[in-house]
Design a protein around this ligand. Sequence first.
Ligand SMILES: [Zn+2]
Length: 229
Amino acid sequence: MLRFTPILLALVYALVMYRVSVWRTHRELDAKSTELADARLKHLTDQLAAALGLARIPVYIYEIDPVNGLAAPDGRIFITRGFYRKYRNGEVTGEEMASVIAHELGHVALGHARRRMLDFSGQNALRTALIMVLGRIVPVAGVWIANALTGLLAARLSRGDEYEADEYAAALLTKAGIGVGPQKSLFAKLEELTQSRAGVSPAWLMSHPRTEERIAALDRLEARWGAQS
Ligand SMILES: [Zn+2]
């Protein structure tokens, strides 16, 4: 029993950290966000809502600069002020913003938003446990191996999620009459932004798979759906 006490403690610690992090995230989002009030975007999100048979889609502006979109486990979608600014000054179209909202809706609908919060604490617990076990066998390299293993696992999990959310968004945008085009053109724009200003790559792209692979996956979907109709 004594042998397992450190691992048990690590798990309890991870569980407490998980609750605290969920609470802090929600408090931060509540304090720093306002409901989206742009008429053009509202019209587009209403199109998405109609395609889903919902009354409305709860979209909020989150007051931070990095270009990002996120989904809270409770189903609220957040677009950052930085992203919204790009839309307001014409760098990003309303349809392209709708494609981000559709992608984030995919994370909610497919259960990713909830699982991600869990993943985060699960990964911490796994990392801590691995460091304890491996650290005894190979003192210094053990920590490095533990970090590498958990990182690899996390990347694996999230890549799959991104393609699934893209696919969900593509289907929803098609059903809503907006189409897959804006999804692809936005990827290209964000990619360009990454290249023209090194070091300021949008957070939304960094946490996602390679742009050309995502566009290629969408092309395959379109070809498949086109063949069916
Ligand atoms: Zn995503």
